[in-house]
Design a binder for this molecule. Structure first.
Ligand code: ADP
Ligand code: MG
Length: 229
């Protein structure tokens, strides 16, 4: 599914540059649920953004689902993002003036689906996250957990092979975080490959594998032996 070798990334800052990812090797199979852990500033989001083709590495190899991701123009990058990837963010990133159903339907517009098809698919995925009754509500009328469920439905609507989540529980209370993680586990049980960034140990433990980053280097990569609650 994902094969990364010797990935490097620096940010230029005036005359100096900040070496953020220092030779990352990461391999993940289809069906995995991986937590990328590390303290703030360790390079987690940078890595996830490169995996999500939202940013580009300076050097190294990245193969996603058999496709080499390198020197893509914006159109190709957008096309791969649409076909392979779903994104969930800490701050939900919903569009405030669109209701839940419209938010979920939006990416389908870029896939060229007709309006009716978009709406049906959006409703299907809202139902899957347990929010069918909230379809016509605006984000401002939803709780944090509900907003994140809408965001997950939106990510799933394009049927991505890989779901990427950057601190998906970072803005939620403990109980709601647990709920969202259980839902992600359920998706993973159904076969969805998930890569999730977190700095919380409890959240990481709900995944099947923990990759620890420190200062741009992977310092640990462990399979979690656990029975899911
Ligand atoms: P994390 O997600 O683990 O907190 P990030 O990947 O966001 O870490 O950031 C890693 C380091 O790179 C931090 O020191 C951060 O300040 C820096 N950084 C991140 N994005 C940029 C950017 N666009 N320009 C310059 N520096 C950046
Ligand atoms: Mg981050």
């Amino acid at each position: 599914m994902l094969d990364i070798k010797n990935l490097n990334k620096s940010y230029k800052m005036g005359d100096s540059s900040l070496h953020v990812l220092k030779g990352i090797d990461l391999f993940a199979k289809s069906g995995e649920m991986v937590a990328i852990m590390g303290s703030s500033g360790s390079g987690k989001s940078t890595l996830l953004n490169i995996i999500g083709i939202l940013d580009e590495a300076d050097s190294g190899d990245y193969v996603l689902d058999g496709v080499e991701i390198k020197d893509l123009n914006e159109k190709k990058a957008a096309n791969y993002r649409n076909r392979f990837l779903g994104f969930v963010f800490q701050s939900f990133n919903l569009i405030n003036y669109k209701n839940a159903m419209e938010n979920v339907a939006l990416p389908l517009y870029y896939q060229g689906l007709k309006r009716k098809e978009r709406q049906e698919k959006a409703m299907f995925h809202l139902e899957k996250v347990g929010l069918a009754e909230w379809a016509t509500h605006l984000p401002s009328e939803l709780s944090g957990g509900q907003k994140q469920r809408v965001a997950i439905a939106r990510a799933l609507a394009s049927e991505p092979k890989l779901l990427l989540a950057d601190e998906p529980t970072g803005a939620l209370d403990t109980a709601t975080s647990h709920d969202i993680m259980q839902f992600l586990q359920q998706l993973n049980d159904e076969g969805k490959t998930i890569l999730l960034v977190t700095h919380e140990e409890d959240i990481a433990k709900m995944c099947k594998r923990i990759v620890r980053l420190r200062d741009g280097v992977i310092i640990e990569d462990n399979v979690i032996k656990q029975v899911r609650a």
